[in-house]
Design a binder for this molecule. Structure first.
Ligand code: AHR
Length: 496
């Protein structure tokens, strides 16, 4: 319909702070997510710092990863922390029953994870084993990690294993998907267990927020029961939602590359459901917690496609394309809009698994389009959200009918205003005018992420195919920003 889209940014009515932790990432013992992806061991020929891949560390530092969640996922409710401490020769080899049935030699354990988070200057989020463990095991793990130096036998054991001072544990997950792989529980039983585990897990070094296993998608009954029975003992409730092109069938999700436009459209429509899920879970939480003390932690989100042909299906490997970058941007906009309740999130997952930030193959590494989306949105970390309204055309394809443009805006801690504009339409460039209420600016510049093909991606052969480029086609005059957004693009601008 060619009409100009009008958006309004209310910098004169600032909203809540956008917690940096909504840019958190999830790293599970799954496929090559940890082994090969993050950890290659000290003796590896792949360049590393004390066993951590140097290329991966550098890439993650560059986007200021604020938080890392570990060790699962489904893996967490089978994990026994004592298997992963002490000399390597004494660590048991187990079978990773959830993910491909491969050996788990426990060479990446508590010290290796905490060291990783520390190297990234990221907050640590550890998920405890509720499904097959005991409250005592979790309590001792927390004591091992956080008790003051020399204060107990566990603190001394930690020192003997190379770490005298306690670590800070920002988040403790009380199990994972307790309705499914975490133990197939009823919410009433899960809530009772949550209260038991939460009661005895006590941090010796600073505030540790306790995150309960929450709902997936639209399981509102789970949220209601958990909030009613555990709302006072927890600090957060997790939400998991995976975006799929064909959301009707988990066995036929659709390919990561080479998809038709209909699946571009259905993927973006599906991901936008995140807004509805957050809105409705939050409304239930409001009944029990009108102050919003308990956060909704979207600690697993992202795309889930059919695995890369020829890969071990249990490794959940998939390529990552421009479509994924658009998914990431739309979700960041949604989290920003719900910043009051959504104060932490973790994309699934960090390296080589599902909607990964980075892909590795032996010594090679590529940054995915999703990585570049996170790079573009760094100014959102700890900024003040600004209310936005958008009025304009739709993107339609088959039964899909969604807004063509998504806009998000923040004021960073130094006072600068940043505006992000996403055009989901893969065919049409769209003119946009943004009314900047309460902003004094005369110019805008920034970067764009786009490509010719919907499934443009970075391969090991062409690692730089999709990457941000400078964008200077925006004009600011008379309190309005005007530009033309290329099809299937993410544009992030800083106003001056
Ligand atoms: O991220 C992969 C898996 O998805 C996680 O282990 C589980 O929590 C979820 O079902």
């Amino acid at each position: 319909d060619g009409a100009t889209i009008t958006a309004t940014i209310r910098a004169d009515q600032p909203g809540p702070k956008v917690d940096a932790d909504i840019f958190g990432q999830f790293a599970e013992h799954l496929g090559t997510g940890i082994y090969g992806g993050i950890w290659v061991g000290k003796g590896s020929s792949i360049p590393n710092e004390n066993g951590y891949r140097s290329d991966v560390l550098a890439a993650l530092k560059a986007i200021k990863v604020p938080m890392v969640r570990w060790p699962g996922g489904c893996f967490a409710d089978e994990y026994h922390w004592r298997d992963g401490i002490g000399p390597q020769k004494d660590r048991p080899v187990k079978i990773n029953t959830n993910w491909g049935g491969v050996n788990e030699d426990n060479s990446f354990g508590t010290h290796e994870f905490m060291g990783f988070a520390e190297r990234l200057s990221a907050r640590a989020y550890v998920s405890a084993n509720v499904g097959s463990g005991t409250p005592a095991e979790t309590a001792r793990w927390v004591e091992y990690m956080t008790a003051a130096a020399n204060s107990s036998s566990l603190a001394r054991e930690r020192a003997a294993n190379g770490r005298t001072e306690p670590w800070t544990l920002a988040y403790l997950g009380i199990g994972n998907e307790l309705w499914g792989c975490g133990g197939n529980m009823r919410p009433e039983y899960a809530a009772d267990l949550t209260n038991r585990f939460a009661t005895f897990a006590k941090s010796g070094s600073g505030k540790m927020l306790k995150i309960a296993s929450g709902p997936s998608d639209s399981n509102y009954e789970w949220t209601d029961t958990m909030m009613r029975l555990s709302g006072k003992t927890i600090d957060g409730l997790a939400l998991h939602f995976y975006t799929r092109p064909r959301d009707a069938d988990w066995n036929d999700k659709g390919p990561a590359l080479g998809f038709p436009e209909a699946e571009w459209a259905s993927t973006l429509q599906h991901t936008l459901q995140m807004d509805e899920f957050i809105t409705r879970h939050s409304a239930i939480m409001d009944k029990y917690d009108p102050e919003k003390r308990v956060m909704l932690a979207v600690d697993e989100w992202g795309t889930w496609y059919d695995p890369t042909p020829g890969s071990n299906p249990g490794f959940l490997q998939q390529q990552n394309s421009l479509r994924d970058a658009i998914v990431a941007a739309l979700n960041i906009h949604i989290f920003t809009r719900h910043a009051e309740r959504v104060r932490m999130a973790a994309i699934a997952q960090m390296v080589n698994v599902l909607q990964a930030m980075l892909l590795t193959d032996g010594p090679r590494m590529v940054k995915t389009p999703t990585y570049w989306a996170f790079d573009l949105y760094m100014p959102w970390q700890n900024a003040t959200s600004l209310p936005v309204t958008v009025d304009g055309p739709r993107y339609r394809n088959g039964t899909v009918d969604i807004p063509a443009i998504s806009v998000s805006a923040v004021r960073d801690t130094a006072g600068a205003v940043h505006v992000a504009l996403v055009n989901v339409d893969p065919n049409r460039a769209l003119p946009v005018t943004v009314d900047l209420k309460g902003v004094r600016a005369t110019a805008a510049s920034g970067r764009i992420l786009t490509a010719e093909a919907m499934d443009a991606h970075n391969s090991f052969e062409h690692p730089g195919a999709v990457a941000p480029k400078p964008f200077d086609a925006a004009r600011v005059a008379g309190g309005k920003l005007a530009t033309r957004l290329p099809p299937k693009s993410v544009v992030v601008l800083r106003l001056r």
